[in-house]
Design a protein around this ligand. Structure first.
Ligand code: AVJ
Length: 321
């Protein structure tokens, strides 16, 4: 099993490394300081994220799995037989199994992920469990334009973007992503997305600042990655995980807060932090159902169906181009 994509083996990773260095140096120099969330997912970050998805406090994963289990037969009916599946940010490729089990003779699976090792491990397991399926992993950053291996246009193309990863984008970026995905997936394609919903602040706070401290470790791992890959000198004991529910913008913000006045160096450049100053590391936007379907429609998709759980914590959307 080999990762394919636009670049020869190893080049995708080299490009991600350069991108990481530039983003960290620019992000630490900016005010407010911010580093794009995608860099949380090195091998260790992907492992910690998987641990988050199993926490009692983190409702999105189990809620979405419950919804997908219930609506998979209808998704299968809407998609039809022999589909080609394209997943954006596939991580451990756990949720796709629900679709693969429900769909009639799915032909191929193209998972795209920024974490190369993690992607290949997940694909080896899938290829073993679904021997009739063509598995074509793509190591790359789907937030940038990236070329996929040619899709079989004789087949129905089904995009899959679960987990409310779309919440990492601003609504404007999410609209651009949806428009770009419409072009990538092609005319007549379908797109299944998981979208987290606006809800009371205490539920959100517990999910992003869990009692076991796994989310804190996930956030702080970014500093460990900077130290290792970019020769950084962050003292992890002098930064803390901080969560903000930004009610005006319907988003959870994740920050790393400096616990002291201190100077840190990265790749030979010094950065002075005042106590209380933060590095913004992630946004997780929450949507209202009609706001999301409106956004999808404006980006060229027809919302054909959506499903939620009983408490309306989370939603799954079926779009058609
Ligand atoms: C993978 C972006 C969907 O926003 O819930 C979980 C990432 N960050 N806990 C989310 C995350 C902290 C997650 N997404």
């Amino acid at each position: 099993l080999q990762a394919t994509g636009s670049a020869p083996a190893g080049h995708a990773e080299a490009a991600i490394h350069d991108d990481f260095r530039n983003a960290v140096l620019a992000g630490l120099a900016a005010r407010p300081r911010a580093i794009p969330a995608k860099f949380l997912y090195d091998a260790e970050g992907s492992r910690l994220f998987d641990a988050i998805t199993r926490l009692d406090d983190y409702y999105p994963t189990r809620t979405e799995l419950g919804i997908l289990e219930a609506c998979a037969p209808e998704i299968a009916r809407l998609a039809g037989p022999g589909a080609v599946l394209v997943e954006f940010g596939s991580g451990s490729s756990t949720k796709i199994r629900l679709l693969l089990d429900a769909l009639e003779e799915p032909a191929a699976y193209l998972p795209i992920d920024i974490s190369g090792e993690h992607l290949l491990r997940a694909c080896r397991a899938l290829a073993r469990d679904y021997p009739a399926l063509t598995v074509q992993p793509v190591v790359g950053d789907f937030t940038r334009s990236l070329s996929l291996p040619p899709l079989d246009r004789g087949r129905h193309v089904l995009g899959f973007f679960p987990g409310s990863t779309i919440g990492n984008f601003t609504p404007e970026e999410a609209g651009q992503f949806l428009g770009q995905a419409a072009l990538t997936l092609g005319p007549g394609a379908s797109f299944v997305l998981g979208v987290d919903l606006v809800k009371p602040a205490h539920i959100l706070r517990a999910a992003y600042d869990d009692a076991k401290g796994v989310t804190a470790a996930f956030n702080l791992n970014l500093l460990r990655r900077i130290n290792r890959e970019l020769g950084g000198t962050f003292d992890l004991a002098r930064f803390a995980h901080k969560i903000v529910w930004n009610e005006a913008l319907d988003r959870i913000e994740m920050h790393l807060e400096s616990l002291a006045d201190q100077t840190v160096s990265v790749a030979g450049t010094s950065f002075a932090f005042a106590a209380g100053e933060t590095i913004h590391t992630e946004n997780s936007y929450k949507y209202r159902l009609d706001a999301f379907t409106g956004l999808a429609f404006s980006a060229g998709w027809r919302p054909l169906a959506h499903w939620t759980d009983e408490q309306a914590l989370f939603s799954v959307h079926f779009l058609r181009r």
